[in-house]
Design a binder for this molecule. Structure first.
Ligand code: ZN
Ligand code: ZN
Length: 119
């Protein structure tokens, strides 16, 4: 694992397939530029206690070469729900967020395809 900067933090994510929560270690490359470094299993309560659920990313995201993807389903693609959670994405056109229950169609699929973009 690459060395993290002092601006690194962790956020909560949720797997749409297994409905389980996990954490993502995020480093900041620059203003609104984030890099997903690592993913790890954590339960929702623990993540909350650690304050991980108070943060989210807004801006462009790149994946580090070593980023392993979701610890449950192995998926590296994701979308950011309006509730702020990162949710595994498996290419389907209609998604339901396991965290807030919101469902909808993703219109800007190309932007969640890990290439960054102004999500
Ligand atoms: Zn998953
Ligand atoms: Zn949500």
């Amino acid at each position: 694992m690459r060395k993290l900067s002092e601006r690194a933090f962790a956020i909560m994510a949720v797997c749409e397939e297994t409905k389980r929560y996990f954490g993502i270690t995020v480093d900041e490359d620059g203003w609104d530029q984030y890099r997903f470094m690592w993913a790890f299993k954590i339960d929702k309560d623990k993540g909350k206690k650690e304050g991980y659920d108070t943060k989210t990313v807004t801006g462009s995201v790149t994946l580090d070469d070593e980023y392993p993807g979701c610890p449950y389903c192995g998926e590296k693609r994701f979308y950011i729900c309006q509730c702020g959670k990162i949710v595994c994405y498996h290419g389907q056109s209609r998604v339901t967020c396991p965290n807030c229950g919101q469902s909808g169609t993703l219109e800007r699929v190309e932007k969640i395809d890990l290439k960054g973009g102004g999500y």
